[in-house]
Design a protein around this ligand. Structure first.
Ligand code: GLN
Length: 198
């Protein structure tokens, strides 16, 4: 397969690092801001940001149902942090008032937003990752964790007793931000999923 065309949802959040990481991992990346762009990509990265804001921008730009549709058809997707939250089938958010994040229901899992607590907003650590010889440096920023993973969901990494990286078929999600570390293995894994090599 030629370099796969992989979109990075660019309504809100950190897209630049994902575009660079995907290019280094051998993909042809492009920002996705509208439905016509969504229709042209072989896979999609949903970056970190604010899952509530991103959900409502998807609604405002008439992209929520088209994106759910492409995911239901099996378009590969990788969600990091807020992106992991959006890919879930159920979102727990005890403290939320007002607008809620809307699940895309691509991965059979329940995630908890801001799960690591308010005192420890951000932290990093080395995390073992299934299939990688050397642990990944995981950067968590107001990160979620997976509270329930369905039978078809494979846990790839855990921290604090909870899954923080999962895969279900062509869907990949991490609670942490590999795009900020220079380690391209997670993006490489996603590119390989898109090309059918992983
Ligand atoms: N706390 C954010 C949310 O709930 C996610 C933070 C992030 O993506 N770094 O959407």
């Amino acid at each position: 397969m030629n370099a796969p065309r992989i979109g990075v949802l660019a309504l809100q959040g950190d897209t630049r690092e994902h575009l660079a990481a995907l290019r280094e991992a051998g993909a042809e990346p492009m920002p996705v801001r509208r439905r016509s762009e969504l229709d042209t990509v072989d896979g999609l990265v949903i970056p970190g940001g604010e899952s509530t804001t991103m959900s409502h921008l998807l609604l405002d730009f008439d992209m929520l149902e088209p994106l759910r549709g492409r995911l239901a058809e099996g378009m590969p997707a990788y969600g990091a942090c807020a992106g992991m939250i959006l890919l879930a089938s159920e979102i727990l958010d005890a403290g939320a008032r007002g607008r809620q994040a809307l699940p895309l229901r691509a991965i059979d899992m329940t995630v908890r937003r801001n799960a690591f607590g308010r005192q420890v907003d951000s932290f990093e650590g080395d995390v073992a990752f299934a299939g990688f010889d050397v642990p990944v440096r995981a950067v968590f920023i107001r990160a979620p964790w997976v509270e329930r993973a369905g039978d078809d969901v494979r846990v790839l990494a855990s921290a604090a007793g909870h899954a923080v990286a999962v895969r279900q078929g062509p869907m990949l999600a991490t609670a942490f931000h590999p795009e900020v570390t220079g380690d391209r293995r997670v993006h490489q894994l996603f590119v390989d999923i898109v090309t059918g090599e992983a």
